[in-house]
Design a binder for this molecule. Structure first.
Ligand SMILES: Cc1cc2nc3c(=O)[nH]c(=O)nc-3n(C[C@H](O)[C@H](O)[C@H](O)COP(=O)(O)OP(=O)(O)OC[C@H]3O[C@@H](n4cnc5c(N)ncnc54)[C@H](O)[C@@H]3O)c2cc1C
Length: 485
């Protein structure tokens, strides 16, 4: 490999039977697959097209009028029930860098009133479903009748099987209305949580995915929805520490290297053609290949015949997320985050600590399902955002804005629309040893870090099975995955 700007790290340790695997894509799915394959003694090489690892969950530096900033491309929240992602954090030595709340506690500000009204969703130390009953009973953004109806709907939802194909064809809003939810309850409760976790409003989301989120997050165990946030820039977790863990595991990590084809090798196995910068492509032989790239790239890379109809991958759509970043010259928000109702703004996070600024306050406003905002000019988004923040946060009224900028992720997640479930392939393909990973594959989860890590585990398990190798079975509850041929 002669690429001038290529970065490569640690060499192979070699497996007992000299099995070789190539992982394509250095997001969370690919990094997980590589860690698992190397952990099972397979000589593993990971190719990533970009100069960094982390895929969709990354940070970058910005020279701002407020100083040099570390900026996360989007706010990445995880929950206690994200057992696979929590395993990943542990595996890269970062558990304490992305801590979980002791108990779910979310402030919800209703900005539809002249004086915005506070409310709160938090859990008590009681068994499910009583852990949320008290909070729901006191949730002032719903009428008493709406609160009662919400409890009934939650109990009905708890009985559903998210994997039931019939649920995939229904949209969440229809199900909610059928279960007595008013438009107000959809907005003030179900969409409040659902839009941020599914990246779609209830009317546009598959009921199967919604059932997965609410059943697992709110109705499985008392602490399931306790929220975790990184204290450091995402790049520190998903690039720096992940790369160090891969090095320590003996994975050969090669960035700025784009795979352009996977074809049958001469001596069996697979040949992966990789372009490193401007250098001519090089071929890499492997017994197993994990494609941990987005669905469109997977469609282009899969060997012929690997899926019954690989064009179906192109029917899996994408959905955008926009983040608005505001740096004030003073502190305007005392909580780590809050959610807004009756406002064009959705979730607002204090990211001062991870950003590295030493004065003022850095707020990031996370806008999910941002189809309407994705192409709006910065000036329009600024005009929309700053007066809203001033309305909701009295201290912002007298504060000076030192910087305002926007990050846009057009293909942030797969589109979780009704019917998407039948399009998502499992890890195993018809090409022996060629496996798929990525948050968009059939994990049962919406596009999340949890889904990405689970998919990487499942793909590694399938790749190892194809090589006749045992799986390094570190127990991660609920990560059996659904490998579909
Ligand atoms: C703004 C935003 C906010 C989000 N918020 C949350 C959140 O709060 N909580 C949560 O859990 N999830 C959140 N997500 C979703 C989460 O980030 C993703 O689901 C997850 O990171 C996807 O990981 P992945 O490994 O499946 O795919 P990706 O991250 O897309 O990784 C694929 C990798 O493959 C590489 N690649 C592509 N083609 C090639 C090729 N030919 N050769 C080599 N490499 C290639 C890409 O460069 C990329 O690094 C958010 C996403 C965004 C964008």
């Amino acid at each position: 490999m002669t690429g001038t700007d290529m970065r490569t790290t640690a060499g192979h340790r070699g497996g007992a039977e000299h099995r070789r695997a190539v992982v394509i894509g250095g997001g969370l799915a690919g990094a997980t697959a590589a860690l698992k394959l190397a952990g099972a003694g397979v000589a593993t090489t990971l190719f990533e097209a970009r100069p960094r690892l982390g895929g969709l969950a990354f940070s970058f530096r910005r020279d701002s009028p407020a100083g040099a900033l570390s900026v996360d491309n989007g706010q990445h929240v995880h929950l206690r029930c994200c057992t696979a992602y929590n395993w990943f954090l542990e595996r890269i030595g970062a558990r304490e860098l992305a801590p979980l709340q002791r108990r779910l506690d979310v402030s919800v500000l209703d900005a539809a009133h002249e004086r915005p009204r506070p409310g709160r969703l938090r859990r008590a130390a009681l068994p499910v479903p009583l852990h949320l009953a008290g909070s729901l009973a006191a949730y002032r953004h719903l009428s008493p009748a709406e609160r009662l109806a919400a409890c009934r709907a939650a109990l009905a939802l708890r009985k559903l099987d998210p994997a039931d194909p019939a649920l995939d064809g229904v949209d969440f809003a229809t199900w909610l209305h059928r279960h007595g939810q008013s438009e107000r309850a959809v907005q003030a409760l179900w969409d409040l949580v659902g839009t941020a976790t599914l990246n779609a409003r209830a009317r546009d989301a598959s009921m199967g995915l919604a059932a997965m989120v609410f059943k697992t997050g709110l109705l499985s165990e008392p602490g399931a929805a306790d929220i975790g946030l990184s204290r450091v820039p995402l790049g520190h977790l998903h690039d720096t520490l992940t790369r160090a863990a891969l090095d320590a595991a003996g994975v050969r990590t090669v960035t700025q290297s784009r795979a352009r084809s996977v074809t049958a090798g001469e001596k069996g196995g697979w040949r992966v053609s990789v372009v490193h910068g401007q250098a001519p492509p090089l071929d890499h032989e492997a017994d197993a290949v994990v494609l941990a790239v987005p669905q469109r790239e997977a469609h282009d890379l899969l060997p012929d015949g690997a899926l019954a109809d690989r064009r179906r991958l192109l029917d899996i759509g994408t959905a955008p997320i926009v983040n608005l970043h505001v740096i004030y010259d003073r502190r305007v928000l005392r909580r780590p985050f809050f959610a807004a109702l009756g406002s064009p703004l959705q979730w607002i996070f204090d990211r001062t600590g991870p950003s590295g600024i030493d004065s003022g306050q850095y707020l990031a406003v996370s806008q999910s399902a941002a189809h309407e905002e994705i192409d709006l000019p910065v000036g329009v988004l600024r005009e929309r955002c700053l007066p809203e923040l001033a309305r909701m946060l009295p201290a912002a009224r007298g504060a000076r804005v030192r910087d305002f900028f926007v990050t846009r992720e057009r293909t942030a997640t797969f589109d979780p629309c009704p019917g998407v479930g039948r399009l998502r392939p499992g890890a195993r393909t018809r090409a022996p040893g060629v496996c798929l990973a990525g948050a968009w594959t059939d994990t049962g989860w919406p596009a999340t870090m949890e889904g990405a890590v689970r998919s990487g585990m499942t793909a590694a398990r399938e790749a190892l099975a194809a090589m006749g190798r045992p799986y390094d079975n570190e127990a991660v509850p609920g990560t059996e995955g659904r490998a579909v041929a």
